[in-house]
Design a protein. Structure first.
Length: 226
């Protein structure tokens, strides 16, 4: 309780600029935690949905049946199922046009590549903002600390007899800015690195599926041509 009162007291005694720095850092910390919770939920759901669809895909179900099931809820597709849906839809369209085997496979692969790129963009949303918060928060906090210490020493120079009790509150309120900067930066950096790894792993997983699906379509076209 005493620490809380001391923190509030130091905040209220701080200069206007240091207060603004503290409020900015607290806002950045709240924003980063909100993004961390939201991004964790999205990445967990994306991985789970991809695993469920992959199990269904390799269960031996007919591709046309899978496509019709996906088409029934096409507005809510994401991840691996979205790549499958986009690829098979393009494959069927090109096949109806009587395109050559090479043209069909190239067109299908390009369509799936676009779907993959969009999915990665969706998963990476706000990650750059997390990285920004993690990189600039310590410097903002340091700026507040330097400014607060400078004001403390300026005030100290105006008195005849300086004591530690006179300068300590000013230095303490200045150091709080650094602490808040680190408090905002550390979770943001950890989350950014963790989420970037998860997105990269998910991207590789989707790319592998795309290649495997392309191979299946290639075999299907080759079998139909004989």
């Amino acid at each position: 309780m005493h620490a809380e009162i001391s923190f509030i007291g130091l905040f209220l005694q701080a200069s206007l600029l240091v207060k603004l720095v503290m409020l900015l850092l607290m806002g950045m910390s709240i924003l980063s935690w909100a993004m961390i919770i939201n991004r964790r939920k999205i990445l967990t759901t994306a991985q789970s949905d991809s695993e469920l669809f992959e199990d269904k895909f390799w269960s031996g179900s007919d591709l046309s049946r899978l496509y019709h099931e996906s088409n029934a809820r096409r507005d809510n597709l994401a991840g691996m199922e979205q790549i499958f849906y986009a690829g098979f839809k393009e494959f069927v369209r090109l096949q109806k046009q009587g395109r050559s085997q090479e043209s069909m496979l190239e067109g299908t692969y390009r369509t799936m590549r676009v779907a993959l790129s969009r999915e990665v963009d969706r998963l990476e949303t706000n990650l750059s903002l997390l990285a920004t918060i993690g990189s600039i928060s310590p410097y903002i906090g340091l700026f507040g600390t330097v400014w607060g210490i400078m004001n403390a020493f300026i005030a100290l120079a105006e008195v005849q007899q300086a004591t530690l009790s006179m300068v300590a509150p000013g230095i303490a309120e200045a150091l709080i800015a650094t602490a808040l900067g680190l408090f905002a930066a550390i979770p943001a950096v950890i989350a950014y690195n963790r989420f970037s790894y998860q997105v990269e792993r998910q991207e590789n997983h989707l790319a592998n599926f795309m290649d495997e699906f392309s191979t299946i379509l290639n075999r299907q076209v080759a079998a139909g041509s004989h």
